[in-house]
Design a protein around this ligand. Sequence first.
Ligand code: 4M4
Ligand code: FE2
Length: 555
Amino acid sequence: MAHIFELAESLSAGAGANYANGVRTGANPSQFPSTEAFSGFNRPSRIEADIHDLDITGKIPADIDGTFFRIQPDHRFAPVYESDIHFNGDGNVTAIRLSNGQAHFRQRYVHTDRYDHETKHDKALFGKYRNPYTDNEAVKGVIRTAANTNIFFWRGMLLATKEDGPAYAMDPDTLDTIGRYDFEGQVLSPTMTAHPKFDPKTGEMICYGYEAGGNGNDGSRDIVVYTINSAGIKTEECWYEAPFCGIIHDCGVSDNWVVLPMTPLKCDPDRLQNGENHWAWDPNEDQWYGLAPRRGGQPSDIRWFRSKNAFQGHTVSCYEAPDGKVVFDLTIADGNVFFWWPSPDTPAGTVAKRNKLQNNTTRWIFDPSLPTGSWVDPVEERGEYGGEFSRVDDRFTTMKYNHYWQCVIDGQKPYDFPKCGSPAGGLFNTLGHFTWDNSAAETYWAGPCSTFQEPAFIPRAGGTEEGDGYLVVLLNRLDELRNDVCIFDARKIAQGPLAVVHLPFKLRLGLHGNFVEQSEIDAWKEKRAKELGPVRAAVEPLPWQKAEGHIGNGV
Ligand SMILES: C=Cc1ccc(O)c(OC)c1
Ligand SMILES: [Fe+2]
Protein backbone atom coordinates (compact mmCIF):
# COMPACT_ATOMS: atom_id res chain seq x y z
CA MET A 1 0.00 0.00 0.00
CA ALA A 2 1.22 3.49 -0.78
CA HIS A 3 2.41 5.57 2.15
CA ILE A 4 0.11 8.56 2.72
CA PHE A 5 2.79 11.05 1.58
CA GLU A 6 3.39 9.20 -1.68
CA LEU A 7 -0.31 9.39 -2.25
CA ALA A 8 -0.28 13.11 -1.55
CA GLU A 9 2.53 13.58 -4.06
CA SER A 10 0.58 11.82 -6.80
CA LEU A 11 -2.51 13.83 -5.91
CA SER A 12 -0.68 17.14 -6.27
CA ALA A 13 0.93 16.02 -9.55
CA GLY A 14 -2.53 15.09 -10.75
CA ALA A 15 -3.80 18.57 -9.95
CA GLY A 16 -1.22 19.96 -12.36
CA ALA A 17 1.69 22.26 -11.80
CA ASN A 18 0.76 25.79 -10.81
CA TYR A 19 3.29 27.38 -13.21
CA ALA A 20 3.74 26.98 -16.94
CA ASN A 21 6.31 29.07 -18.82
CA GLY A 22 6.89 30.96 -15.57
CA VAL A 23 3.27 32.14 -15.20
CA ARG A 24 0.66 30.92 -12.71
CA THR A 25 -1.84 28.53 -14.29
CA GLY A 26 -4.26 28.35 -11.38
CA ALA A 27 -4.27 24.54 -11.68
CA ASN A 28 -3.02 24.17 -8.12
CA PRO A 29 -3.68 27.61 -6.63
CA SER A 30 -2.13 27.01 -3.20
CA GLN A 31 1.19 25.84 -4.61
CA PHE A 32 3.99 28.41 -4.30
CA PRO A 33 6.94 28.28 -6.71
CA SER A 34 9.62 25.77 -5.77
CA THR A 35 12.32 28.42 -6.24
CA GLU A 36 14.82 29.49 -3.57
CA ALA A 37 12.73 32.61 -2.83
CA PHE A 38 9.92 30.39 -1.52
CA SER A 39 11.78 27.38 -0.09
CA GLY A 40 13.27 26.34 3.23
CA PHE A 41 13.66 29.30 5.56
CA ASN A 42 12.20 31.48 2.80
CA ARG A 43 8.84 29.71 2.77
CA PRO A 44 6.00 32.16 3.39
CA SER A 45 4.94 32.22 7.05
CA ARG A 46 1.48 33.81 6.64
CA ILE A 47 0.90 33.61 10.37
CA GLU A 48 -1.46 36.02 12.11
CA ALA A 49 -1.50 35.16 15.78
CA ASP A 50 -1.26 36.19 19.41
CA ILE A 51 0.87 34.30 21.86
CA HIS A 52 0.78 35.29 25.50
CA ASP A 53 3.88 34.77 27.66
CA LEU A 54 6.47 33.22 25.37
CA ASP A 55 9.03 30.71 26.59
CA ILE A 56 12.25 32.44 27.71
CA THR A 57 15.80 31.33 28.50
CA GLY A 58 17.64 33.80 30.75
CA LYS A 59 16.07 36.95 32.11
CA ILE A 60 14.56 39.94 30.32
CA PRO A 61 15.75 43.05 32.20
CA ALA A 62 12.89 44.31 34.37
CA ASP A 63 13.38 47.92 33.23
CA ILE A 64 12.40 47.14 29.62
CA ASP A 65 8.78 48.12 28.97
CA GLY A 66 7.89 48.52 25.34
CA THR A 67 7.45 46.75 22.01
CA PHE A 68 9.83 45.67 19.30
CA PHE A 69 7.94 46.13 16.03
CA ARG A 70 9.38 44.71 12.82
CA ILE A 71 8.04 43.86 9.37
CA GLN A 72 8.60 41.11 6.83
CA PRO A 73 7.53 40.62 3.21
CA ASP A 74 5.29 37.56 3.43
CA HIS A 75 3.40 36.53 0.25
CA ARG A 76 -0.20 35.64 1.07
CA PHE A 77 -0.94 34.03 -2.27
CA ALA A 78 1.08 32.09 -4.82
CA PRO A 79 2.54 34.87 -7.00
CA VAL A 80 1.48 35.47 -10.61
CA TYR A 81 5.09 34.94 -11.76
CA GLU A 82 7.17 31.93 -10.78
CA SER A 83 10.29 34.14 -10.68
CA ASP A 84 8.75 36.47 -8.08
CA ILE A 85 11.06 37.91 -5.44
CA HIS A 86 11.01 38.21 -1.66
CA PHE A 87 10.67 42.02 -1.85
CA ASN A 88 7.27 41.61 -3.55
CA GLY A 89 5.64 39.91 -0.53
CA ASP A 90 2.81 41.42 1.55
CA GLY A 91 3.83 43.38 4.63
CA ASN A 92 3.30 41.35 7.81
CA VAL A 93 4.05 43.13 11.09
CA THR A 94 5.44 41.41 14.18
CA ALA A 95 5.12 42.94 17.65
CA ILE A 96 7.22 41.54 20.50
CA ARG A 97 5.85 43.18 23.63
CA LEU A 98 8.37 43.17 26.48
CA SER A 99 7.12 43.98 29.96
CA ASN A 100 7.63 42.76 33.54
CA GLY A 101 10.21 40.28 32.31
CA GLN A 102 7.67 38.63 30.01
CA ALA A 103 7.41 38.58 26.21
CA HIS A 104 4.22 38.40 24.14
CA PHE A 105 3.82 37.91 20.39
CA ARG A 106 1.39 39.42 17.91
CA GLN A 107 1.51 39.36 14.11
CA ARG A 108 -0.86 40.90 11.55
CA TYR A 109 -0.81 41.75 7.86
CA VAL A 110 -0.96 45.36 6.75
CA HIS A 111 -4.32 45.78 5.02
CA THR A 112 -3.15 47.74 2.00
CA ASP A 113 -5.35 48.45 -1.02
CA ARG A 114 -3.42 45.60 -2.64
CA TYR A 115 -4.37 43.32 0.25
CA ASP A 116 -8.07 44.23 0.02
CA HIS A 117 -8.26 43.58 -3.72
CA GLU A 118 -6.42 40.28 -3.53
CA THR A 119 -8.61 39.22 -0.61
CA LYS A 120 -11.72 39.92 -2.66
CA HIS A 121 -10.48 37.78 -5.56
CA ASP A 122 -8.76 35.23 -3.30
CA LYS A 123 -5.56 35.25 -5.37
CA ALA A 124 -2.59 37.40 -6.33
CA LEU A 125 -3.52 40.02 -8.94
CA PHE A 126 -0.45 42.24 -8.87
CA GLY A 127 2.37 40.99 -11.07
CA LYS A 128 6.06 41.80 -11.00
CA TYR A 129 7.83 44.07 -8.51
CA ARG A 130 6.96 47.68 -9.37
CA ASN A 131 5.66 46.85 -12.85
CA PRO A 132 1.97 47.83 -13.23
CA TYR A 133 2.00 46.56 -16.83
CA THR A 134 2.12 43.02 -15.43
CA ASP A 135 -1.02 43.42 -13.29
CA ASN A 136 -4.46 41.90 -13.73
CA GLU A 137 -6.91 44.33 -15.41
CA ALA A 138 -9.09 44.17 -12.28
CA VAL A 139 -6.53 46.20 -10.31
CA LYS A 140 -5.56 48.92 -12.79
CA GLY A 141 -5.14 52.18 -10.90
CA VAL A 142 -5.04 50.53 -7.48
CA ILE A 143 -2.15 51.54 -5.22
CA ARG A 144 0.27 48.63 -5.60
CA THR A 145 2.46 48.95 -2.53
CA ALA A 146 2.77 45.98 -0.19
CA ALA A 147 3.98 48.29 2.64
CA ASN A 148 6.56 45.66 3.59
CA THR A 149 9.85 47.40 4.42
CA ASN A 150 9.73 49.41 7.64
CA ILE A 151 7.40 49.96 10.58
CA PHE A 152 7.86 52.97 12.86
CA PHE A 153 5.91 54.96 15.42
CA TRP A 154 4.59 58.42 14.59
CA ARG A 155 2.16 60.49 16.68
CA GLY A 156 0.24 57.59 18.13
CA MET A 157 0.20 55.32 15.08
CA LEU A 158 2.48 52.82 13.44
CA LEU A 159 3.34 53.53 9.82
CA ALA A 160 4.07 50.59 7.52
CA THR A 161 6.04 51.75 4.50
CA LYS A 162 7.67 50.68 1.26
CA GLU A 163 9.41 53.08 -1.08
CA ASP A 164 7.05 52.37 -4.01
CA GLY A 165 3.92 53.81 -2.40
CA PRO A 166 2.29 55.73 0.44
CA ALA A 167 2.36 54.81 4.13
CA TYR A 168 -0.34 52.76 5.89
CA ALA A 169 -1.32 53.50 9.48
CA MET A 170 -1.84 50.76 12.05
CA ASP A 171 -2.94 50.67 15.67
CA PRO A 172 0.15 49.98 17.86
CA ASP A 173 -1.83 47.80 20.29
CA THR A 174 -4.05 45.70 18.04
CA LEU A 175 -2.02 45.94 14.81
CA ASP A 176 -5.33 46.59 13.05
CA THR A 177 -4.85 48.63 9.89
CA ILE A 178 -6.40 52.11 10.11
CA GLY A 179 -5.85 52.79 6.41
CA ARG A 180 -3.67 54.64 3.95
CA TYR A 181 -2.19 57.66 5.68
CA ASP A 182 -1.65 60.94 3.79
CA PHE A 183 -0.85 63.03 6.88
CA GLU A 184 -4.34 64.58 6.78
CA GLY A 185 -4.03 65.44 3.12
CA GLN A 186 -0.53 66.94 3.35
CA VAL A 187 1.60 64.21 1.76
CA LEU A 188 0.26 63.35 -1.69
CA SER A 189 3.32 62.05 -3.54
CA PRO A 190 2.84 58.58 -5.07
CA THR A 191 5.86 57.27 -3.15
CA MET A 192 7.32 57.69 0.30
CA THR A 193 10.58 56.24 1.58
CA ALA A 194 10.72 53.39 4.06
CA HIS A 195 13.60 55.26 5.76
CA PRO A 196 12.44 58.59 7.18
CA LYS A 197 14.59 60.13 9.90
CA PHE A 198 13.41 61.55 13.21
CA ASP A 199 15.26 64.57 14.58
CA PRO A 200 15.41 64.07 18.37
CA LYS A 201 16.16 67.78 18.94
CA THR A 202 13.08 69.08 17.10
CA GLY A 203 10.71 66.10 17.00
CA GLU A 204 10.47 66.49 13.22
CA MET A 205 10.15 63.68 10.71
CA ILE A 206 12.17 64.19 7.53
CA CYS A 207 11.05 61.98 4.65
CA TYR A 208 11.20 61.87 0.88
CA GLY A 209 9.86 60.10 -2.16
CA TYR A 210 11.84 59.31 -5.27
CA GLU A 211 10.36 58.33 -8.67
CA ALA A 212 7.64 60.63 -7.41
CA GLY A 213 6.62 62.61 -10.53
CA GLY A 214 3.96 60.30 -11.95
CA ASN A 215 2.29 57.21 -10.53
CA GLY A 216 5.39 56.05 -8.67
CA ASN A 217 6.16 53.20 -11.05
CA ASP A 218 6.97 54.92 -14.33
CA GLY A 219 10.66 55.86 -14.12
CA SER A 220 10.20 59.54 -13.28
CA ARG A 221 13.25 61.44 -12.06
CA ASP A 222 11.36 63.60 -9.57
CA ILE A 223 12.28 63.59 -5.91
CA VAL A 224 10.30 65.26 -3.13
CA VAL A 225 11.60 65.99 0.37
CA TYR A 226 9.18 66.75 3.20
CA THR A 227 9.44 67.79 6.83
CA ILE A 228 6.53 67.14 9.17
CA ASN A 229 6.84 68.86 12.54
CA SER A 230 6.07 67.33 15.91
CA ALA A 231 2.51 68.71 15.76
CA GLY A 232 1.93 66.82 12.51
CA ILE A 233 2.10 69.91 10.28
CA LYS A 234 4.01 69.77 7.00
CA THR A 235 6.57 72.59 7.18
CA GLU A 236 8.78 71.80 4.17
CA GLU A 237 8.12 70.38 0.72
CA CYS A 238 10.59 70.74 -2.12
CA TRP A 239 10.78 68.96 -5.46
CA TYR A 240 14.11 68.14 -7.11
CA GLU A 241 15.17 66.39 -10.28
CA ALA A 242 17.60 63.46 -10.28
CA PRO A 243 20.09 62.90 -13.14
CA PHE A 244 18.35 59.56 -13.85
CA CYS A 245 15.72 57.39 -12.17
CA GLY A 246 17.83 55.44 -9.70
CA ILE A 247 16.96 53.77 -6.42
CA ILE A 248 17.31 56.01 -3.34
CA HIS A 249 16.59 53.54 -0.58
CA ASP A 250 17.86 55.29 2.56
CA CYS A 251 19.00 58.79 3.52
CA GLY A 252 20.98 60.78 6.03
CA VAL A 253 19.87 63.84 7.95
CA SER A 254 22.04 66.41 9.77
CA ASP A 255 20.94 69.71 11.33
CA ASN A 256 20.90 71.50 7.98
CA TRP A 257 21.14 68.88 5.22
CA VAL A 258 19.50 65.81 3.78
CA VAL A 259 21.78 63.32 1.99
CA LEU A 260 20.14 61.18 -0.71
CA PRO A 261 22.36 58.31 -1.88
CA MET A 262 21.35 57.22 -5.40
CA THR A 263 22.51 53.77 -6.43
CA PRO A 264 23.20 52.77 -10.06
CA LEU A 265 20.13 50.56 -10.27
CA LYS A 266 18.11 52.26 -13.00
CA CYS A 267 14.53 52.22 -14.19
CA ASP A 268 13.86 52.41 -17.92
CA PRO A 269 10.17 53.09 -18.77
CA ASP A 270 10.43 51.11 -22.04
CA ARG A 271 11.58 48.07 -20.17
CA LEU A 272 8.62 48.42 -17.81
CA GLN A 273 6.22 48.52 -20.75
CA ASN A 274 7.77 45.31 -22.05
CA GLY A 275 6.83 43.65 -18.76
CA GLU A 276 10.43 43.41 -17.59
CA ASN A 277 12.20 44.26 -14.33
CA HIS A 278 11.75 47.68 -12.77
CA TRP A 279 15.46 47.92 -11.96
CA ALA A 280 18.62 47.05 -13.85
CA TRP A 281 22.15 47.37 -12.55
CA ASP A 282 24.41 49.69 -14.55
CA PRO A 283 28.03 48.66 -13.91
CA ASN A 284 29.24 51.79 -15.74
CA GLU A 285 27.29 54.31 -13.69
CA ASP A 286 28.67 56.20 -10.69
CA GLN A 287 27.17 56.14 -7.24
CA TRP A 288 25.59 59.54 -6.55
CA TYR A 289 24.83 61.57 -3.44
CA GLY A 290 22.28 64.37 -3.54
CA LEU A 291 22.77 67.03 -0.88
CA ALA A 292 19.63 69.12 -0.24
CA PRO A 293 19.01 71.79 2.41
CA ARG A 294 16.64 70.82 5.20
CA ARG A 295 14.94 74.21 5.31
CA GLY A 296 13.72 76.50 2.57
CA GLY A 297 14.94 74.24 -0.24
CA GLN A 298 14.46 75.38 -3.85
CA PRO A 299 14.57 72.97 -6.81
CA SER A 300 17.96 74.36 -7.90
CA ASP A 301 19.50 73.84 -4.45
CA ILE A 302 20.31 70.15 -4.73
CA ARG A 303 24.00 69.38 -5.22
CA TRP A 304 25.01 66.02 -6.66
CA PHE A 305 28.30 64.43 -5.65
CA ARG A 306 29.58 61.34 -7.43
CA SER A 307 31.98 58.52 -6.78
CA LYS A 308 33.00 55.22 -8.37
CA ASN A 309 30.37 52.59 -9.18
CA ALA A 310 29.18 50.78 -6.05
CA PHE A 311 26.02 49.67 -4.26
CA GLN A 312 24.94 51.92 -1.41
CA GLY A 313 23.40 49.98 1.45
CA HIS A 314 21.82 51.31 4.62
CA THR A 315 22.72 54.43 6.53
CA VAL A 316 24.57 54.19 9.82
CA SER A 317 24.12 57.86 10.73
CA CYS A 318 24.79 61.44 9.67
CA TYR A 319 25.81 64.74 11.32
CA GLU A 320 27.58 68.02 10.71
CA ALA A 321 31.16 68.68 11.73
CA PRO A 322 31.91 72.05 13.42
CA ASP A 323 33.18 73.36 10.03
CA GLY A 324 29.74 72.78 8.50
CA LYS A 325 30.78 69.76 6.41
CA VAL A 326 28.39 66.82 6.40
CA VAL A 327 29.58 63.47 7.75
CA PHE A 328 27.62 60.56 6.29
CA ASP A 329 28.20 56.92 7.22
CA LEU A 330 26.73 53.94 5.40
CA THR A 331 27.57 50.43 4.29
CA ILE A 332 28.65 50.04 0.68
CA ALA A 333 29.11 46.91 -1.43
CA ASP A 334 31.49 46.62 -4.37
CA GLY A 335 28.80 45.30 -6.73
CA ASN A 336 25.08 44.68 -7.18
CA VAL A 337 23.65 43.25 -3.94
CA PHE A 338 20.26 42.88 -5.66
CA PHE A 339 21.52 40.14 -8.03
CA TRP A 340 17.91 39.44 -9.13
CA TRP A 341 17.98 42.79 -11.01
CA PRO A 342 21.03 42.29 -13.24
CA SER A 343 22.30 44.58 -15.97
CA PRO A 344 20.24 44.42 -19.21
CA ASP A 345 23.43 43.23 -20.97
CA THR A 346 23.30 39.95 -19.04
CA PRO A 347 22.69 37.24 -21.65
CA ALA A 348 19.07 36.03 -21.73
CA GLY A 349 18.49 32.79 -19.88
CA THR A 350 21.37 33.43 -17.48
CA VAL A 351 20.23 32.56 -14.00
CA ALA A 352 20.75 35.50 -11.67
CA LYS A 353 23.44 34.50 -9.18
CA ARG A 354 24.33 35.93 -5.82
CA ASN A 355 27.62 37.78 -6.23
CA LYS A 356 30.38 37.48 -3.68
CA LEU A 357 30.48 41.02 -2.40
CA GLN A 358 32.27 42.85 0.37
CA ASN A 359 30.14 45.27 2.43
CA ASN A 360 32.32 47.94 4.02
CA THR A 361 31.24 50.57 6.50
CA THR A 362 32.28 53.84 4.87
CA ARG A 363 32.50 57.42 6.06
CA TRP A 364 32.00 60.31 3.63
CA ILE A 365 32.44 64.02 4.22
CA PHE A 366 30.52 66.32 1.90
CA ASP A 367 31.51 69.97 1.61
CA PRO A 368 28.31 71.91 0.87
CA SER A 369 30.35 74.73 -0.68
CA LEU A 370 31.53 72.50 -3.55
CA PRO A 371 29.70 72.75 -6.89
CA THR A 372 27.28 70.09 -8.11
CA GLY A 373 28.99 67.27 -10.00
CA SER A 374 32.02 67.22 -7.66
CA TRP A 375 33.83 63.91 -7.24
CA VAL A 376 34.15 62.50 -3.71
CA ASP A 377 35.93 59.54 -2.18
CA PRO A 378 35.23 58.02 1.21
CA VAL A 379 37.47 59.28 4.02
CA GLU A 380 37.37 55.96 5.87
CA GLU A 381 36.49 52.39 4.87
CA ARG A 382 36.11 49.67 7.45
CA GLY A 383 36.33 46.22 5.94
CA GLU A 384 37.35 43.91 8.77
CA TYR A 385 33.87 42.40 8.74
CA GLY A 386 31.31 42.64 5.97
CA GLY A 387 28.27 44.25 7.58
CA GLU A 388 24.75 45.56 6.92
CA PHE A 389 21.64 46.60 8.85
CA SER A 390 23.53 49.07 11.02
CA ARG A 391 21.82 50.70 13.98
CA VAL A 392 22.76 53.51 16.33
CA ASP A 393 21.36 54.91 19.54
CA ASP A 394 18.53 56.79 17.77
CA ARG A 395 18.60 59.57 20.39
CA PHE A 396 21.78 60.71 18.59
CA THR A 397 20.36 61.01 15.05
CA THR A 398 21.78 64.25 13.47
CA MET A 399 24.47 64.36 16.21
CA LYS A 400 28.07 63.26 16.40
CA TYR A 401 28.00 59.66 17.59
CA ASN A 402 30.44 56.89 18.33
CA HIS A 403 28.67 53.52 18.73
CA TYR A 404 27.02 51.43 16.04
CA TRP A 405 25.79 47.87 15.84
CA GLN A 406 25.33 45.78 12.72
CA CYS A 407 24.88 42.27 11.35
CA VAL A 408 28.27 41.05 10.17
CA ILE A 409 29.81 38.03 8.49
CA ASP A 410 32.58 36.26 10.40
CA GLY A 411 34.14 34.13 7.68
CA GLN A 412 36.44 32.41 10.20
CA LYS A 413 33.50 30.65 11.84
CA PRO A 414 32.06 27.34 10.63
CA TYR A 415 28.67 27.12 8.95
CA ASP A 416 26.74 23.84 8.98
CA PHE A 417 25.83 23.57 5.32
CA PRO A 418 24.44 20.00 5.48
CA LYS A 419 21.97 20.98 8.22
CA CYS A 420 21.05 24.48 7.01
CA GLY A 421 21.55 24.57 3.25
CA SER A 422 22.33 27.86 1.52
CA PRO A 423 22.04 30.58 4.21
CA ALA A 424 18.74 32.36 3.55
CA GLY A 425 19.25 36.10 3.14
CA GLY A 426 23.03 35.96 3.55
CA LEU A 427 25.48 34.71 6.12
CA PHE A 428 25.08 37.29 8.88
CA ASN A 429 26.24 34.80 11.47
CA THR A 430 27.51 37.46 13.89
CA LEU A 431 26.40 40.63 15.63
CA GLY A 432 28.95 43.45 15.80
CA HIS A 433 29.30 46.45 18.09
CA PHE A 434 31.84 49.00 16.91
CA THR A 435 32.90 52.54 17.72
CA TRP A 436 34.45 55.17 15.46
CA ASP A 437 37.11 55.96 18.08
CA ASN A 438 37.94 52.23 18.40
CA SER A 439 37.38 52.33 22.16
CA ALA A 440 35.15 49.27 21.76
CA ALA A 441 34.85 46.57 19.11
CA GLU A 442 33.13 43.34 19.98
CA THR A 443 31.24 40.60 18.21
CA TYR A 444 28.94 37.74 19.12
CA TRP A 445 28.78 34.66 16.89
CA ALA A 446 25.37 32.96 16.76
CA GLY A 447 26.71 29.45 16.09
CA PRO A 448 26.96 27.29 12.95
CA CYS A 449 23.20 27.08 12.31
CA SER A 450 21.98 30.64 12.97
CA THR A 451 21.96 34.10 11.44
CA PHE A 452 20.75 37.49 12.64
CA GLN A 453 18.17 39.92 11.28
CA GLU A 454 18.38 43.68 11.83
CA PRO A 455 18.79 44.72 15.50
CA ALA A 456 17.12 47.67 17.24
CA PHE A 457 18.44 49.75 20.13
CA ILE A 458 16.54 50.06 23.44
CA PRO A 459 17.71 52.99 25.63
CA ARG A 460 18.07 52.12 29.31
CA ALA A 461 15.23 53.66 31.32
CA GLY A 462 16.36 56.93 32.86
CA GLY A 463 19.75 56.85 31.08
CA THR A 464 21.11 59.42 28.63
CA GLU A 465 24.61 58.22 27.78
CA GLU A 466 25.09 57.14 24.17
CA GLY A 467 24.79 53.37 23.77
CA ASP A 468 23.58 52.74 27.31
CA GLY A 469 20.82 50.22 26.90
CA TYR A 470 19.94 46.98 25.18
CA LEU A 471 19.84 45.49 21.74
CA VAL A 472 16.89 43.42 20.58
CA VAL A 473 17.43 41.21 17.55
CA LEU A 474 15.78 38.30 15.77
CA LEU A 475 17.80 35.14 15.36
CA ASN A 476 17.09 32.75 12.46
CA ARG A 477 17.46 29.12 13.54
CA LEU A 478 18.11 27.79 10.05
CA ASP A 479 18.32 24.14 11.13
CA GLU A 480 15.11 24.18 13.19
CA LEU A 481 13.17 26.53 10.87
CA ARG A 482 12.34 28.68 13.88
CA ASN A 483 13.11 32.14 15.25
CA ASP A 484 14.32 33.38 18.62
CA VAL A 485 14.40 36.96 19.87
CA CYS A 486 17.66 37.84 21.66
CA ILE A 487 18.16 40.69 24.10
CA PHE A 488 21.73 41.86 24.70
CA ASP A 489 23.33 44.47 26.88
CA ALA A 490 24.20 46.86 24.03
CA ARG A 491 27.71 47.59 25.26
CA LYS A 492 28.49 44.01 26.25
CA ILE A 493 27.29 41.93 23.33
CA ALA A 494 30.33 39.61 23.43
CA GLN A 495 29.07 38.14 26.71
CA GLY A 496 26.03 36.76 24.87
CA PRO A 497 22.33 37.49 25.24
CA LEU A 498 20.77 38.31 28.61
CA ALA A 499 17.57 36.64 27.43
CA VAL A 500 16.46 34.50 24.50
CA VAL A 501 12.74 34.47 23.75
CA HIS A 502 11.66 31.36 21.87
CA LEU A 503 9.05 31.54 19.15
CA PRO A 504 7.35 28.23 18.40
CA PHE A 505 7.61 28.77 14.64
CA LYS A 506 9.52 30.43 11.86
CA LEU A 507 8.90 33.98 10.70
CA ARG A 508 10.15 35.21 7.34
CA LEU A 509 13.27 37.24 6.70
CA GLY A 510 12.29 40.76 7.62
CA LEU A 511 13.69 44.13 6.75
CA HIS A 512 13.37 46.80 9.40
CA GLY A 513 11.92 47.49 12.81
CA ASN A 514 12.02 49.75 15.83
CA PHE A 515 11.56 49.56 19.57
CA VAL A 516 8.87 51.83 21.04
CA GLU A 517 8.56 52.57 24.76
CA GLN A 518 5.15 51.73 26.25
CA SER A 519 5.13 55.14 27.97
CA GLU A 520 5.26 56.79 24.53
CA ILE A 521 2.41 54.66 23.19
CA ASP A 522 0.34 55.39 26.32
CA ALA A 523 1.03 59.14 26.20
CA TRP A 524 -0.14 59.35 22.57
CA LYS A 525 -3.19 57.22 23.30
CA GLU A 526 -4.19 59.70 25.98
CA LYS A 527 -3.44 62.71 23.80
CA ARG A 528 -5.56 61.29 20.99
CA ALA A 529 -8.40 60.40 23.38
CA LYS A 530 -8.42 63.84 25.06
CA GLU A 531 -7.56 66.36 22.36
CA LEU A 532 -6.52 65.10 18.91
CA GLY A 533 -9.10 62.46 18.12
CA PRO A 534 -8.36 59.19 16.33
CA VAL A 535 -5.87 58.81 13.48
CA ARG A 536 -7.64 59.73 10.25
CA ALA A 537 -6.99 57.62 7.16
CA ALA A 538 -6.84 59.25 3.72
CA VAL A 539 -10.24 60.00 2.20
CA GLU A 540 -9.21 61.23 -1.27
CA PRO A 541 -7.54 59.09 -3.94
CA LEU A 542 -3.96 60.16 -4.66
CA PRO A 543 -3.51 62.84 -7.37
CA TRP A 544 -2.00 60.29 -9.83
CA GLN A 545 -5.09 58.08 -9.40
CA LYS A 546 -7.39 60.98 -10.17
CA ALA A 547 -5.22 62.03 -13.14
CA GLU A 548 -5.40 58.49 -14.54
CA GLY A 549 -9.18 58.44 -14.00
CA HIS A 550 -9.32 56.03 -11.07
CA ILE A 551 -11.70 56.47 -8.19
CA GLY A 552 -9.54 55.09 -5.41
CA ASN A 553 -9.51 51.78 -3.62
CA GLY A 554 -12.89 50.67 -4.95
CA VAL A 555 -13.23 47.55 -2.80
C1 4M4 B 1 16.50 46.39 1.47
C2 4M4 B 1 16.02 47.09 0.56
C3 4M4 B 1 14.73 47.13 -0.10
C4 4M4 B 1 14.61 47.98 -1.19
C5 4M4 B 1 13.42 48.07 -1.88
C6 4M4 B 1 12.34 47.30 -1.49
O1 4M4 B 1 11.17 47.35 -2.19
C7 4M4 B 1 12.45 46.44 -0.42
O2 4M4 B 1 11.31 45.71 -0.14
C8 4M4 B 1 11.26 44.86 0.96
C9 4M4 B 1 13.64 46.36 0.29
FE1 FE2 C 1 15.93 49.37 4.04
